[in-house]
Design a protein around this ligand. Structure first.
Ligand code: AMP
Length: 286
């Protein structure tokens, strides 16, 4: 039986039981990506799984994006019950108010998605801080799709000496490669098939790098191709280091390719691991 919790009082009651909590934060409208994370969290039978469903208003840069964020609480609860999730935490709207004390994340929040979503990662860090201090979970589970978010949360945990471990779950994709996202619901069939091109292009870059054939200028060509296919805007397409998201350079480092692109009013992100990579001259090489 899954137990639904809605208030701090109920959480405080739960904490008295001294369970080891494996915590999965979500904004709801659950898809197979979320469910895979929940299943992973449930693998540890000595602990209890707690999934939160909360659309955090202070991590949205545009009010329209917040208003249009898909919701289906009833369906989410049935999915989580089917998985025998131990606890489902659905905080009330005032869990995060506009006047809440805010966490300010440094450099990490200013690159990639932080360039045009200025307050986004401070908003994410603030809600996660609130969850972590309230729930004191042994583990927090995060999806690789939101790679920058993982680094932000890792930094938050380190800076504030929080006793929670991070587990990262690989990105779950549709057959055609599109990373599952609640926002995909807002895409038409045609826009969805266009969105598949993101993964296709990222894979193309990866396989060229594996063959040592990737000239840096090709990133511009990839962007041009995506725009020609019908993307409205490419917010970024960059190869950066996994450890701190600085740009790839002549030293070998574990790198990833990161992309954010808009179709209609929907902002999509994705990333792919490239392994140890560096720049030689104008070429990206293994
Ligand atoms: P969200 O509900 O979008 O805030 O996501 C909640 C958690 O699920 C975050 O840790 C995300 O990184 C993760 N997540 C979202 N989409 C996927 C996916 N396609 N595969 C794996 N994890 C995901």
């Amino acid at each position: 039986m899954s137990k639904i919790l809605r208030s701090k009082k109920e959480i405080d009651q739960l904490l008295k039981r001294k369970y080891k909590l494996h915590f999965v934060p979500t904004m709801g409208f659950l898809h197979e990506g979320h469910l895979k994370i929940v299943n992973e969290a449930k693998r540890n039978t000595e602990s209890k799984t707690l999934v939160s469903i909360f659309i955090n208003p202070i991590q949205f840069s545009e009010i329209l994006d917040f208003d249009l964020y898909p919701k289906d609480l009833k369906n989410d609860i049935s999915k989580l019950k089917l998985l025998k999730t131990d606890f489902i935490f659905i905080p009330q709207k005032n869990f995060i108010s506009n006047s809440i004390s805010k966490i300010k994340i440094g450099k990490l929040s200013k690159m990639l998605c932080g360039v045009d979503r200025k307050e986004h990662f401070d908003g994410v860090a603030t809600v996660i801080m609130k969850f972590l201090t309230l729930l004191r979970p042994e583990y927090i589970y995060l999806g690789e799709k939101d790679f920058q978010q993982i680094l932000v949360i890792r930094q938050l945990i380190k800076d504030f000496s929080i006793n929670t471990n991070v587990r990262v779950i690989p990105t779950v994709r549709e057959k055609g490669g599109l990373a599952l996202s609640s926002r995909n619901k807002r895409l038409s069939k045609q826009q969805k098939s266009l969105a598949q091109k993101i993964y296709h292009e990222l894979n193309g870059v990866k396989s060229k790098i594996n063959k040592k054939k990737f000239h840096l200028s090709e990133l511009i060509k990839v962007k041009e191709r995506l725009l020609k296919h019908g993307f409205k805007q490419i917010n970024y397409l960059e190869i950066r280091k996994e450890k701190d998201l600085t740009l790839i350079d002549k030293n070998y480092d574990s790198c990833r390719i990161f992309i954010s692109a808009n179709i209609g009013g929907v902002r999509l992100i994705d990333n792919l691991r490239l392994g140890k990579t560096r720049i030689i001259g104008k070429f990206v090489s293994k």
